[in-house]
Design a binder for this molecule. Structure first.
Ligand SMILES: Cc1cc2nc3c(=O)[nH]c(=O)nc-3n(C[C@H](O)[C@H](O)[C@H](O)COP(=O)(O)O)c2cc1C
Length: 360
């Protein structure tokens, strides 16, 4: 994996593309720390070129950029290589609108998530992006099950499979397993489907990982690294309301304080997620009223009124959506994204070397 992303170090630490939150500042900070940061193109890919230009400017205009990252950015003049990834929610984003961007910029990877009907919908995405970037932009696909992973490998031949377990914050399959059984079972399946290592996609684990112990565990399960979403919400580089961040820091016991539901999409008028998906977020009044029988129409009205409360509208007694994974209880501080990457990587290395004693 390192040869495709030469500025990175093992274990691979990746910040997830999180719609409206993971923007160039976060992605660049993560890549500069030796991880891979993703920009969320999200539901629409309208401003992708501007976002990649912003990332490029952030990389160029900063003396703190490590030489390996710098070298990568100067390698290919056209399209220009940018050492960050871009994530698409494919049931809603448009490949046609997106493609022209790849004639100017060549991000390190694209991340394809949630096809409208079936994983075959992703074939044009993979083929056309590979063609536009002469294969320099690697294809990552996020899946939540063993059969889906097999289908993706057989149809798309991705470079990376992101194995998303049920603990993940934000959207994922409503039914499934945690990364504990998923990662090794998918790894076994890939060994069977792709006996030669060169053709075998790498595996990254996502969902519920918030500290170096989770990273080390994912490595032991057979992953080459981890994707974290919720942990990076608590960084100054995330485009997120202070009230949202405070609610994350206040939360504990993520299995109890978060829930998988689709009511948070409904009150925000987000329609169109394929049926198998819902989202995990902190429980709040929107959810408790929904369970208590409040109509969707009234719940939406109350949500809209709550927007006027700004930061005060977050938390268990608020109504504003606070997507988060079950690892939320392990997050105790807001820390620079680069520091998060380094502490996850260094801590996991120490654990894997057997140096884990009391507290890391
Ligand atoms: C606030 C939030 C927004 C997210 N938005 C996206 C998205 O736009 N596209 C996507 O592929 N995944 C999205 N995800 C899911 C992540 O890709 C990832 O699987 C998840 O964050 C991993 O679990 P964790 O949050 O427990 O670390 C989002 C997650 C969160 C928490």
């Amino acid at each position: 994996m390192r040869s495709d992303y030469p500025w990175t170090a093992s274990p691979f630490i990746v910040s997830a593309p999180m719609a409206k939150i993971a923007m160039p500042k976060l992605a660049v900070a993560v890549s500069k720390a030796g991880g891979i940061g993703f920009i969320a193109a999200g539901y629409h890919s309208d401003h992708l070129e501007d976002l990649l230009e912003e990332a490029e400017n952030l990389l160029e205009g900063d003396e703190g950029t490590p030489p390996t990252v710098e070298r990568c950015t100067t390698e290919t003049p056209n399209p220009k290589f940018v050492p960050v990834g871009v994530g698409f929610i494919t049931w809603s984003a448009s490949l046609e609108k997106t493609l022209p961007t790849f004639t100017r910029y060549c991000p390190a990877a694209v991340w394809l998530f949630a096809p409208p009907k079936d994983f075959r919908d992703l074939i044009p995405w993979a083929n056309k992006i590979r063609e536009a970037t002469a294969g320099r932009t690697k294809i990552w696909v996020q899946v939540g099950g063993v059969a889906d992973a097999a289908k993706v490998v057989e149809t798309i031949h991705p470079d990376v499979i992101v194995v998303q377990g049920l603990d993940a914050g934000g959207h994922s399959l409503a039914r499934g397993a945690s990364i504990v059984p998923l990662v090794p079972e998918i790894r076994d399946k890939l060994l069977e489907l792709c006996p030669t290592p060169e053709r075998r996609p790498d595996i990254l684990a996502a969902g519920g990982i918030s500290d170096c112990r989770g990273v080390a565990a994912a490595m032991a399960l057979g992953a080459q690294g981890c994707v974290l979403g919720t942990r990076f919400l608590a960084s100054p580089e995330a485009m997120i309301a202070r009230g949202y961040q405070r609610a994350l820091l206040d939360a504990c016991d993520g299995g109890v304080s978060t829930v998988r539901t689709s009511i948070y999409d409904k009150v925000r008028d987000i329609h169109g997620w394929p049926e198998a998906y819902d989202g995990r977020g902190l429980k709040n009044k929107t959810f408790s009223d929904h369970v208590g029988g409040l109509s969707e129409v009234r719940n939406r009205e109350l949500y809209r009124e709550e927007l006027n409360r700004g930061d005060e509208g977050y938390g268990p007694d608020g109504r504003l959506t606070t997507y988060a994974g079950t690892g939320v209880g392990l997050i105790r501080d807001v820390a620079p994204a680069g520091d998060i990457v380094k502490s996850l990587r260094d801590g996991a290395r120490r654990i894997l070397r057997g140096e884990y004693r009391t507290k890391l």
